[in-house]
Design a protein around this ligand. Structure first.
Ligand SMILES: Nc1ncnc2c1ncn2[C@@H]1O[C@H](COP(=O)(O)OP(=O)(O)OP(=O)(O)O)[C@@H](O)[C@H]1O
Ligand SMILES: [Mg+2]
Length: 290
C-alpha cells in the first residue's frame, strides 16, 4: 500500500521495510501491519491530541510520575513547549506500560520501540499467521470462557503488582491467539498507587471481563474478583502468583449492619422507656420505680 505520511520517517530510517495493510482504525490510533526484515509487526500511529477522546482525561493521568525532570518542569509551565512535552509523555505511556508489563510476565504484545509518535510492536496472530481476532469477535465454549477469564484475572493481578491498572479493559481491547487472551491498548494505563480513581477503574475493568465471560459461563456473574484483589493489594498481600477465589465477604457488612441496627433499636427502646418514666406516664404498676 501507499506509505502513510506518519510512517515515512520510520521507512527512511530503516526501522520498517514495507507497509502491508491497515487494520481497522480505532478511536485513538491507526494500526498498520508492517514488515521489518523477515518479521511482520504492528505499527500504531497515534492521532493528534485534538482528535483523541476520553482517554486523555485528567482522571487517567493523576499519579503518573514524569521521570524526566526537564520535561516535568516544562509540563508544569503549560507553555506551548510544555504542552508538546505533555503530549510526548502521553504518547510514550503505552510503550512504557508495554515494557513494564512484559517484564512482569503479563501477556501483551512485545514492544519494539516508539519512534516519531509510532509504536512498533509484535503483531498478535492466529496459528495460521492471520491477525488475531478480538475477544468480542469470538464465540467461546463454557470451558474456554472459564479458562480465558482465569488467565485475564491472573494478568490483571500481575499488572496490579507492577503498579498499573489498564483503565479501558473490555472485550474490544483483548485479542485471542492460540495461547489465549492478550491484553492490548494501554495508553491510558492508570497508576495504581497514586490515582484516586484506581479502585473504581480496577473494578470497572474486572467487571467488564466478568460481564463478557459471564455470557458463556453465567456462574462467573456471582464472582467478586475486583474487590478481592483490591483488598489484598491495599493490605500488601497481593503478589503475582496469588490464587484468588472470586469470593469476597460482601455479606459480612450487611450482617454487621443488621447487628448495628439491633443495637440502635434497643438503645432507642430503652431511651423511649426512660423518657416515658421521666414523664411519669408509665402506668405499669409492676414497673420498678426509680
Ligand atoms: N499488537 C497487535 N496485534 C494485532 N492486532 C492489533 C495489535 N494492536 C492493535 N491491533 C488491532 O488494532 C485495533 C486498534 O488497536 P488499539 O485498540 O490499540 O487502538 P485504539 O485506537 O486505541 O482503539 P480504541 O478504538 O479502543 O480506542 C485493535 O482492536 C486490534 O484489532
Ligand atoms: Mg482499542
Amino acid at each position: 500500500m501507499k506509505t502513510p505520511k506518519r510512517l515515512q520517517p520510520l521507512l527512511d530510517d530503516g526501522l520498517i521495510d514495507e507497509v502491508l495493510t491497515q487494520l481497522m482504525s480505532g478511536k485513538e490510533a491507526q494500526v498498520y501491519v508492517v514488515r521489518c526484515g523477515e518479521e511482520v509487526r504492528c505499527a500504531k500511529v497515534f492521532k493528534e491530541a485534538k482528535q483523541r477522546s476520553f482517554k486523555q482525561a485528567v482522571q487517567y493521568q493523576e499519579g503518573r510520575k514524569e521521570r524526566n525532570s526537564r520535561r516535568a518542569r516544562a509540563m508544569a509551565k503549560k507553555t506551548r513547549y510544555g504542552q508538546k512535552e505533555q503530549e510526548q509523555a502521553w504518547l510514550s505511556a503505552e510503550v512504557d506500560a508495554l515494557y513494564r508489563l512484559a517484564a512482569a510476565d503479563v501477556r501483551v504484545p512485545k514492544p519494539y520501540g516508539f519512534v516519531d509518535g509510532v509504536l512498533l510492536m509484535e503483531m498478535i496472530t492466529e496459528a495460521d499467521g492471520h491477525v488475531a481476532p478480538r475477544l468480542d469477535d469470538v464465540t467461546l465454549t463454557h470451558e474456554q470462557a472459564l479458562a480465558y477469564h482465569a488467565k485475564v484475572i491472573e494478568d490483571v493481578v500481575k499488572m496490579l503488582c507492577a503498579g498499573l491498572i489498564h483503565g479501558d479493559l473490555s472485550e474490544f481491547n483483548v485479542l485471542v491467539d492460540a495461547d489465549g487472551p492478550v491484553i492490548i491498548d494501554l495508553p491510558q494505563a492508570v497508576d495504581a498507587a497514586g490515582n484516586n480513581s484506581a479502585e473504581a477503574m480496577l473494578e470497572r475493568d474486572v467487571n467488564n471481563m466478568r460481564a463478557y465471560f459471564g455470557r458463556f459461563a453465567p456462574e462467573l456473574l456471582d464472582t467478586h474478583y475486583a474487590k478481592e484483589m483490591w483488598a489484598l493489594y491495599e493490605s500488601g498481600e497481593l503478589h503475582p502468583d496469588r490464587q484468588l477465589t472470586g469470593y469476597f465477604e460482601l455479606d459480612s457488612h450487611i450482617a454487621d449492619v443488621d447487628e448495628l441496627m439491633e443495637v440502635i433499636d434497643d438503645a432507642k427502646e430503652e431511651e423511649a422507656e426512660r423518657q416515658a418514666r421521666i414523664r411519669g406516664d408509665d402506668d405499669d404498676p409492676d414497673a420498678p420505680s426509680y
